[in-house]
Design a protein around this ligand. Structure first.
Ligand SMILES: [Zn+2]
Length: 392
């Protein structure tokens, strides 16, 4: 897998030219990111990411560059999917999904981290007045006019776009993944050709549509707010694809075999190129132009419109949210390994993928708190939770 990512890094400069904005909106020189794939022994936190792109500060990424870390053994555990857990998909899509989820996830994560977060330029005017772009020549492709706004002095992407900055940026990176996964060179880098390549494109797009629907779990209707940047980003993409029309995507309210509300997602694979691609292209260009030009008002208006969750329209998203919550899969728990010293030798201690294994891994990691941990964590064994043993 790291060989594919290394090839993607090598082709990055070429692939950046394929993105739907003028060369003037791209960084003057692409700072080749440092790429590493790690198997993690333990990741401490409330969730374990599959990949990390650091730093998060766009102004630093812009001048100093960035680093990609993919957590290899987390990715491979994340691939494991059981058919009965694949809510909202048609039966015939489930087998294809299980077959291609891994490879499509690999393509999307690589593109998202490297060419998503790594692409695009911010227009900046330094305190002294010098600009990092030609004010007399750079044209905004959305308006056909010269650039009207930019970051001034110490203003940064995060300071300007504040509350929407992180979700908006995740959305831009996800769109880059959807857009560039259609590129034959990209697919070849990931050793995908012919029918396999077609299937990976289909599953990657289908997964995004489904993720947008599942994302509704992270929307709070009482306060009309989103609680998770990535989930909001995927919902926004789902909305963009629905708005593209022409039967590309449909979301139907259905009734499950248990008599309770259910939903069915359909994506027409023949419409991805003629309908989906231009829709993502237009949206991605708009996201980039508003970002580059520090156009907060424009950015908020656009992002806010697609993030809104209402019960209007044929989809009735608020009702779909109830269905998503009803059908929600239990949260995955990762059982992580420990090491201990035997003389000079480090030995790996692995645990079974069960509640008992999880508790044992924690109590052996923190022996001084073992008793307390045991009491708290035992409650987990009653909860409806799935356990995943991450093998080193
Ligand atoms: Zn990201």
């Amino acid at each position: 897998m790291s060989a594919k990512f290394a090839r993607l890094v090598e082709s990055a400069e070429q692939l950046l030219l394929e993105l739907p904005w003028p060369r003037t909106f791209e960084k003057d020189t692409f700072l080749t990111p440092d790429f590493t794939s790690l198997d993690v022994l333990t990741f401490a936190g409330s969730g374990i990411p599959a990949g990390i792109n650091i730093p998060n500060y766009d102004d630093i990424r812009q001048t100093e560059g960035f680093k990609n870390v993919s957590l290899g053994n987390v990715l491979s555990v994340a691939y494991a999917t059981q058919k009965d857990k694949l809510t909202f998909l048609a039966e015939e899509d489930k087998d294809l999904y299980i077959k291609w989820k891994g490879p499509s996830f690999e393509v999307q994560v690589g593109l998202h981290e490297l060419l998503g977060h790594g692409s695009g330029k911010l227009f900046v005017q330094e305190e002294k007045g010098t600009c990092n772009f030609d004010r007399e020549a750079v044209i905004n492709p959305e308006t056909g006019e010269l650039i009207q706004s930019w970051y001034q002095g110490s203003e940064t992407w995060d300071s300007k776009f504040s509350t929407i900055a992180s979700s908006y940026e995740e959305c831009r990176a996800e769109c880059v993944g959807l857009y560039l996964c259609l590129n034959k060179d990209v697919l070849r880098i990931f050793e995908l050709e012919g029918e396999d390549a077609e299937d990976v494109i289909y599953i990657n797009w289908l997964n995004m549509v489904r993720a947008g629907l599942l994302g509704l779990e992270f929307y709070t209707p009482e306060t009309s707010t989103w609680r998770q940047a990535h989930m909001q980003a995927r919902f926004v993409i789902l909305r963009v694809l629905l708005e593209a029309g022409e039967g590309l995507v449909s979301l139907q309210h259905t009734t499950g075999a248990d008599g309770k509300p259910d939903a069915l997602i359909t994506l027409n694979r023949n419409k991805i190129l003629p309908v989906g691609k231009p829709a993502i292209e237009r949206f991605l260009r708009r996201l980039q132009v508003l970002k580059s030009t520090a156009d907060v008002a424009g950015g908020r208006a656009l992002y806010g419109r697609f993030s809104a969750v209402t019960d209007e329209g044929p989809e009735r998203f608020l009702s779909l949210r109830d269905t998503v919550l009803l059908r929600k899969e239990a949260r995955k728990m990762f059982v992580q390994a420990n090491t201990h010293l035997e003389g000079e030798d480090v030995t790996l201690v692995q645990y079974e993928g069960t509640a008992a294994g999880l508790i044992r891994s924690f109590s052996e990691r923190f022996p001084e708190d073992a008793e307390l941990l045991e009491r708290h964590l035992l409650e987990l064994s009653d909860a409806d939770t799935h356990f995943w043993a991450s093998q080193g």
